[in-house]
Write a protein that binds this ligand. Structure first.
Ligand SMILES: Cc1cc2nc3c(=O)[nH]c(=O)nc-3n(C[C@H](O)[C@H](O)[C@H](O)COP(=O)(O)OP(=O)(O)OC[C@H]3O[C@@H](n4cnc5c(N)ncnc54)[C@H](O)[C@@H]3O)c2cc1C
Length: 380
């Protein structure tokens, strides 16, 4: 491996994995003046990562129907940070905060109270009270004119957002170069021979399984289409008992339609069933999707821990593992990366010499539920 073998050339931090989390953490550490080396088994475009395939919706309120309070709160805080982060990157990234629209067909109307009940049970009360807007008839048509006359009722979850995942990966790669991060693209890290550094931060997603055996993948499939003339202005989620889907409009009439959730680490191409379900559901949102051109059919696996929560796991020595971002990586990455940087710097400065010191750091954290010491309270 092309790494620093002599102590004098040893970087302060080695970041393993250059997907979403790794890029953000390395960029932050380099911005704080550290010498950082990043190792990514794929190329600089990030096409090996879950982040490459993601719809990159930043939707804490919509996700609260299926996520725990910790994730919703990480998402709410992270949404405020994304614009600051993107403003500092050397390349533009499409970012929008126009809410999520939830709709359903009349035949599926029993799904609506279930969704609302879960959302209100999991979201902070203020968030649901302030940002949940019920719409009917003309109000709905006015909110999303592209869908005028198609749905009788819906909800606008104001404040939710989205960004362009691939632009973000590209801009972060440019940011790493700008800040002098030593990037080792196309360099897979072998657990038996990791690169040397004062502190290591492992952000390899599913690739960290040898070190975090409880990690598992949850397969997700998405379709990318080009559909000029529809003009959705925000991500739309369709409630459905069998295949709840979203249609996320990106720039230039590109839409990301997703996503399946299938247990397992099968990275084979999308099944015909999934393609039929995703495309039929998009067609049900707007029949003009029938004329869309299919750009890509993508499959990736979401790195997931047993409790479906993100975790920062200290190994008791000089390594911090950041993982379990599951289906919320973009939504929560800014806060997760900030916390990882805080812990990594404490390790670097020798402030975490033992389990007691780590416990103090953990208790002081705003996100203490995310911090674990290996062996003590690491996730099963
Ligand atoms: C279909 C789908 C849709 C999604 N939609 C959304 C969404 O709308 N909103 C949202 O917030 N999140 C979404 N996500 C989740 C999000 O993509 C992930 O949570 C996020 O990418 C996790 O970031 P990560 O950095 O931990 O892992 P990754 O982004 O997967 O990055 C891990 C990196 O480590 C590298 N690596 C692995 N092993 C090694 C090794 N041995 N050596 C070197 N490098 C290695 C990989 O190549 C990869 O680049 C979605 C995910 C999927 C699959």
């Amino acid at each position: 491996m092309n790494d620093a073998r002599s102590p004098s050339s040893m970087p302060d931090f080695a970041v393993l994995g250059g997907g979403l989390c790794g890029r953000l953490v390395a960029w932050r550490l380099a911005g704080a003046g550290h010498r950082v080396a990043l190792y990514e088994r794929g190329g600089a475009d990030g096409s090996n990562s879950a982040a490459w395939v993601a719809a990159a919706m930043l939707a804490p309120l919509a996700e609260s129907a299926v996520a725990e309070l910790l994730v919703t709160e990480l998402g709410v805080a992270s949404l405020e940070s994304w614009p600051r982060i993107l403003a500092e990157l050397p390349e533009p990234v499409f970012f929008q905060r126009n809410g999520t629209l939830i709709v359903w067909h009349r035949a599926d109307r029993t799904e609506a109270p279930l969704f609302e009940r879960h959302m209100r049970a999991n979201a902070p009360h203020w968030l649901a009270d302030e940002r949940f807007i019920a719409l009917a008839g003309a109000q709905l048509d006015a909110a999303e004119p592209a869908l005028a006359g198609r749905f009788g009722r819906g909800w606008l979850l104001a404040g939710d957002g989205q960004l362009d995942n691939r632009q973000a990966l590209r801009a972060l790669a440019a940011g790493l170069a700008q800040r002098g991060v030593e990037t080792h693209w196309n360099t897979a890290v072998d657990d038996a021979d990791p690169p040397r550094a004062r502190v290591t931060i492992d952000t390899r997603g599913l690739g960290a399984k040898p070190a975090l055996p409880a990690l598992r993948g949850i397969r997700g499939e998405v379709v990318r289409v080009h559909a000029p003339g529809i003009g959705l202005t925000r991500p739309v989620r369709l409630l459905h008992p069998r295949y709840p889907i979203y249609v996320a409009p990106k720039q230039n009439d590109v839409y990301v339609i997703g996503a399946t959730e299938i247990e397992g680490e099968d990275l084979s191409p999308m099944s015909v069933r999934s393609a039929l379900e995703l495309l039929s559901a998009a067609y049900a949102v707007h029949p003009a999707f029938g004329e869309a051109r299919i750009l890509e059919l993508n499959t990736q696996c979401r790195p997931t821990l047993p409790d479906h929560l993100p975790a920062l796991v200290w190994d008791g020595a000089r390594t911090l593992r950041v993982n379990g971002l599951y289906r919320h990586g973009f939504m929560i990455a800014p806060e997760v990366a900030d916390e990882a940087v805080r812990c990594a710097q404490a390790l670097f400065e020798g402030r975490i010499a033992d389990a007691d010191a780590f416990e103090v750091l953990r208790r002081e954290s705003r996100w203490s539920a995310m911090l674990h010491a290996k062996g003590a309270c690491e996730p099963d």
